[in-house]
Design a binder for this molecule. Structure first.
Ligand code: ATP
Length: 414
C-alpha cells in the first residue's frame, strides 16, 4: 500500500498528518504492508506525478483529502484524468448530500454538487459522518481509494467500507498487531539496559522504545497468521518484560496516567482533593477529563499567591515566611490543608517555579515540591524539572499523578 496525503496545509506544516498515521496502523492490523507514504499539495501536475509513481510501486493507493466542494479540491479529477475516465453525476450521492444539509436545517451550496461527481465506473463509498463520499477505482490489479481529509470522516469510512473491501479483494494478509507498555519514572537508556537481552534477540515480536513527554513507551509488534496468534506472541513477550520492568509500567496502549489513577481511586473508593500552585489547575483539569471523575474528585484550589495558600488552604503564614512558598514544608501543608478542608482521603499539594522568571537563590526554575497526604501519613518529593513553562507544568502534573498511583498501590500492598 502507498498512502498519499493531499493538502497544501500539510506541506505548510499547518496541520499534522494524523491521517497517514492512523491509516498505517489500521492497514498493518489487516496485515497489509505500507511501503510508502507521500504528501502532495493541491496542485494538479504534482498530484498526478505522485499518483503515477504510487501506482507504479504499490497495489493499493489510498489518498486522503481534496474531496471537498471547492475548486482546490481536485483529487478525484486528477485520478479520473490519469485513468482516462469522465466525471459523471452520482445521483444517490447527490441525494445523500442534500439530505445531510436538510437534516441540519442548512442550505446546500451549489458547489456541494461537485462532491457527487464521480469518475465513471467508480465504487462510491458512502460518508455517514460528513458530505464527501469516498471513491474506489479499480484499474487492472490495482486499486485507488480516495478518502476525505477530516479524520473523523476518513476513519469512519475506512472501518465501514474500505477495510471490508480490502479484505475481500486482497485476501487475508495475516495480521500485524502492536501493544504499547507505558512506563513512567525511568529514562530511556536505563530502560533499554534493563531489557537489553530482549532487544538483542528480538525477531517476532519486535520491540521499540519511544520517548513521549515524560513517559517511555515500549512497543511490541508481532506478525502472525491470525489476530489471536499475534496477540499470543505479544502476551508472551509482555509477561517476560513485566518481570523486568513491571514496576515502571503504569498502563498500556492509549491509557493515560489520569485514567489509571481514576480507576484506582474508584476501585479503592478513595476521594482526592488538590491544592495546585505552579500547575495552575492542570492536574485538576486532567483528572476531570475522565468520565465518572465526580465519584472521587472532591475539588481543588488553585492557590497561586501566598495569600491564597494561607486563606484558601490554611497554610500557616509563618511556614511560608520561614521556608518560602516553594518548599517541602509548604507543599505538605497544602496537601494536608486541602485534604482536611475538602474531607477527602487523599490530598495533593504542588508548589514550584514554572519559570522562565521567578528563580531565587537556591531555588532555580523547575524546582517543584509535590506532597501526597493520605489517611495515615504524608510523603513529599522534590523535583528539578527542565524545559519551558508548559513542560514544567505538565511534568509536575505527571509526577504528581504517578505519586498518587504509587501511594494507592502501596496502601493496597501492591
Ligand atoms: P472537506 O469535505 O471537509 O473539504 P476534504 O476531503 O476536501 O474535506 P481537505 O479539504 O483536504 O479534505 O481537508 C479538510 C480538513 O481535514 C483539513 O483542514 C484538516 O483539518 C483535515 N485533514 C486533512 N488532511 C489531513 C491529514 N492528512 N491529517 C489530519 N487531518 C487532515
Amino acid at each position: 500500500v502507498e498512502i498519499v496525503s493531499t493538502g497544501t496545509e500539510l506541506l505548510l506544516g499547518q496541520i499534522v498528518n494524523t491521517n497517514a498515521s492512523s491509516l498505517a496502523k489500521q492497514l498493518n492490523e489487516l496485515g497489509m504492508d505500507v511501503l510508502f507514504q507521500s504528501t502532495v499539495g493541491d496542485n494538479r501536475v504534482r498530484m498526478a506525478q505522485v499518483l503515477t509513481t504510487a501506482l507504479s510501486r504499490a497495489d493499493i493507493v489510498i489518498t486522503t483529502g481534496g474531496l471537498g466542494p471547492t475548486q482546490g479540491d481536485i483529487t478525484k479529477e486528477v485520478s479520473a484524468d490519469l485513468l482516462g475516465l469522465k466525471l459523471v453525476l452520482h445521483e444517490p450521492s447527490l441525494q445523500q448530500i442534500q439530505a445531510y444539509f436538510a437534516s441540519r436545517g442548512l442550505p446546500m451550496a451549489a458547489s456541494n454538487r461537485r462532491q457527487a461527481m464521480m469518475p465513471e465506473g467508480a465504487i462510491v463509498i458512502p460518508n455517514s459522518r460528513g458530505t464527501a463520499p469516498g471513491v474506489i477505482l479499480v484499474k487492472g490489479d490495482k486499486s485507488i481509494i480516495h478518502l476525505p481529509g477530516p479524520p473523523y470522516e476518513m476513519e469512519g469510512m475506512f472501518f465501514q467500507s474500505v477495510a471490508p473491501y480490502l479484505l475481500t479483494h486482497f485476501g487475508n494478509q495475516g495480521c500485524i498487531q502492536s501493544k504499547v507498555l507505558r512506563t513512567y519514572g525511568i529514562g530511556e537508556s536505563s530502560l533499554e539496559e534493563m531489557i537489553a537481552d530482549f532487544i538483542h534477540k528480538q525477531n517476532n515480536p519486535t520491540i521499540a522504545l519511544l520517548a513521549r513527554n515524560s513517559e517511555i513507551h515500549v512497543r511490541i509488534t508481532a506478525k502472525a497468521s491470525s489476530s489471536e496468534a499475534a496477540s499470543q506472541l505479544i502476551a508472551d513477550l509482555e509477561e517476560s518484560l513485566r518481570q523486568k520492568i513491571g514496576q515502571y509500567i503504569f498502563g498500556t496502549d492509549d491509557e493515560t496516567l489520569e485514567q489509571v489513577v481514576g480507576r484506582q481511586l474508584s476501585a479503592a473508593q478513595l476521594t482526592i482533593a488538590l491544592a495546585e500552585s505552579c500547575t495552575g489547575g492542570l492536574l485538576s483539569s486532567r483528572l476531570t477529563d475522565i468520565p465518572g471523575s465526580s465519584a472521587y474528585f472532591r475539588g481543588s484550589v488553585v492557590c497561586y499567591s501566598n495569600n491564597s495558600k494561607v486563606l484558601a488552604v490554611g497554610v500557616p503564614q509563618g511556614l511560608i515566611n520561614r521556608h518560602g512558598a516553594v518548599s517541602q514544608e509548604v507543599a505538605e501543608a497544602m496537601a494536608t490543608g486541602i485534604k482536611d478542608r475538602m474531607a477527602s482521603e487523599i490530598g495533593v499539594g504542588i508548589t514550584g517555579i514554572a519559570g522562565p522568571g521567578g528563580a531565587v537563590k537556591d531555588k532555580p526554575v523547575g524546582l517543584v515540591y509535590i506532597a501526597i497526604a493520605g489517611p495515615s501519613g504524608i510523603k513529599s518529593y522534590k523535583h528539578q524539572f527542565t524545559g519551558p513553562r508548559s513542560a514544567i507544568k505538565h511534568r509536575s502534573a505527571n509526577a504528581a499523578l504517578n505519586y498518587v498511583r504509587q501511594f494507592i498501590l502501596s496502601k493496597q500492598g501492591g
